[in-house]
Design a protein around this ligand. Structure first.
Ligand SMILES: [Zn+2]
Length: 271
């Protein structure tokens, strides 16, 4: 009977009986109000979303005013100014007119929250960008192959253009529209939305360079019209190796260089 206490109950016939019960069982213990820990103010989902949206939009506005606006807003190079950006972004977000009518959302736009936003996003992009693995399905005899960055799913298809330049060197092209290029990763095709997420981080350039490394015996013609990001990649590649990569270029145009008929020596002084 240790630990049990008597309890008077009425049975089914209305007679008083005694049962032995353990104290505290079946009844909630009394709690004094002052003993309860203070509950943090509940942030409803809509308020939290507005605060996040204001921070995100304000950061986009800041990036748009900087050099290289096409570069991803969380490109590793942008993390170099993190501390200054936290201050700048906090001020900018706080002055957003959408917060004037929502005091609770305004209270959420703090330097701590801005720091968490910037640090979290930078860390997420850095994890993906730092993955060095580039997959490919190239075979020595293939007329087409795909190169795909494993972590991001960014990919491009490299194709034999079935044409030679004026000196008999094969011309190939690159297609980088994500939805036209089936993925070759182990987890199946990454969806296009994810691939868009990783644009402007320099991954595309690595994919192109890997394709060129796999076919060192060919030259790369401009493909069909592509996104502004892909055009930027082409310009970079042309500047790094103007003979192998065709690209829109003032220097070549001013000298009347016909890329298809050119030889490596024509680009000796290329900037
Ligand atoms: Zn050029």
């Amino acid at each position: 009977m240790d630990g049990l206490v008597p309890k008077r109950l009425r049975d089914s016939l209305g007679r008083l009986t005694t049962r032995w019960v353990r104290p505290g069982r079946g009844t909630a213990p009394a709690v004094r109000p002052e003993a309860v820990a203070p509950v943090p103010a509940v942030v409803d989902e809509r308020t939290g979303r507005l605060a996040h949206q204001v921070i995100s939009d304000s950061y986009s506005a800041i990036i748009a005013e900087r050099p290289n606006p096409l570069r991803h807003r969380f490109h590793p190079s942008r993390a170099e100014t993190l501390e200054a950006d936290i201050e700048l972004l906090t001020d900018r977000a706080r002055s957003d007119t959408r917060l004037m009518h929502d005091r609770r959302a305004a209270e959420l736009v703090t330097a701590a929250r801005v720091r968490a936003y910037l640090e979290g996003n930078h860390a997420r992009r850095a994890r993906v960008v730092s993955d060095p693995v580039l997959l490919n399905n190239a075979h020595s005899a293939s007329f087409t192959f795909t190169v795909q960055h494993r972590a991001s799913g960014i990919r491009a298809r490299f194709e034999d253009g079935a044409e030679n330049d004026a000196h008999g060197v094969p011309l190939w092209t690159v297609y980088s529209k994500q939805h036209d290029v089936p993925g070759i990763g182990e987890q199946g095709d990454p969806d296009d939305h994810d691939a868009m997420e990783w644009r402007g981080l320099g991954i595309g350039t690595r994919v192109y360079e890997e394709g060129a490394r796999l076919r060192p015996d060919v030259r790369w013609r401009n493909g069909s019209p592509v996104s502004a990001e892909a055009q930027g990649v082409r310009r970079k590649l042309h500047a790094s190796d103007p003979y192998r990569w065709q690209g829109r270029c003032d220097w070549c145009e001013q000298r009347g260089i016909d890329w298809m008929g050119a030889e490596p020596s024509d680009f000796a002084d290329h900037p």
